[in-house]
Design a protein around this ligand. Structure first.
Ligand code: SF4
Length: 236
């Protein structure tokens, strides 16, 4: 998919999936915890884990979580899955923010984008995707976080041949105006959930199939082979 096709596609998807900002009403630290909880689980289970954690500790702050045991956090976030791995990460991140940043993740988010990204990734349990989500969704930074839906769709649109996180992120940021990155990140995820699913994408219903490389190739694969003319030779 070339640049013009990408812009055309994204305008269509942006209109089809109006912005639904899941971070509305959340603090930046809650966005961070929510993103750690979302690893390898559904959005519904992540949200349930977050609500249970809030009920258990009162309010989700670095101070409160740093003072809560791993076991108690793990019990609270059980519904989000992988609780025994996620709980120590959440607690260690809370301890680090309380120590180095006096309990204010906002201090990291006020730094220039690349510096803020480095500082977020220096926190325990925070990788590039989590850092980019927090930067874009809680800090207003022009990053393009890549989740599993976005990675799959970028492959189907042949935005890059490479499969690693940074290459996909760069390919998307390179094609997307900074002020559109958050909205388009959310629009592609919505498209991945609604139509462009991992198995059996609903291409027949897809409004952007005319520009989609995956769709074009799948049609070519389905075309019957051209019948050979009588008497023709395969050797020329
Ligand atoms: S045409 Fe199919 S593969 Fe391409 S974006 Fe649409 S649903 Fe996804």
């Amino acid at each position: 998919m070339d640049r013009r096709a990408f812009l055309r596609t994204m305008r269509t998807l942006e209109a089809r999936y109006p912005l639904k900002d899941w971070t509305t009403g959340m603090t930046p630290f809650e966005v961070l915890v929510s993103t750690i909880l979302s690893q390898s689980t559904t959005a519904a289970n992540e949200r349930r884990g977050l609500e249970d954690l809030r009920r258990r500790v009162g309010s989700i702050t670095p101070d409160r979580l740093a003072g809560t045991s791993d076991e108690e956090i793990a019990r609270a976030i059980w519904h989000a899955g992988l609780a025994r791995q996620k709980a120590p990460r959440i607690r260690a991140t809370a301890v680090a923010i309380r120590g180095k940043w006096k309990g204010h993740i906002e201090r990291i988010l006020s730094l220039p984008t690349e510096r803020a990204r480095e500082e977020l990734m220096a926190l325990p349990g925070v990788g590039p995707k989590t850092a980019d989500v927090v930067l874009a969704m809680a800090g207003g930074h022009p990053t393009f976080p890549v989740d599993t839906h976005i990675a799959r769709i970028a492959r189907r649109w042949e935005l890059t041949r490479r499969k690693d996180y940074e290459s996909i992120r760069r390919a998307l940021e390179d094609r997307t105006p900074p002020e559109k990155r958050k909205a388009w990140h959310l629009a592609i995820i919505a498209h991945g959930r609604a139509l462009c699913k991992a198995r059996n994408p609903r291409c027949a219903d897809c409004p952007v199939r005319a520009d989609c490389d995956w769709y074009r190739r799948s049609r070519l694969r389905k075309q019957p082979p051209t019948p050979r003319k009588h008497g023709s030779s395969t050797k020329g």
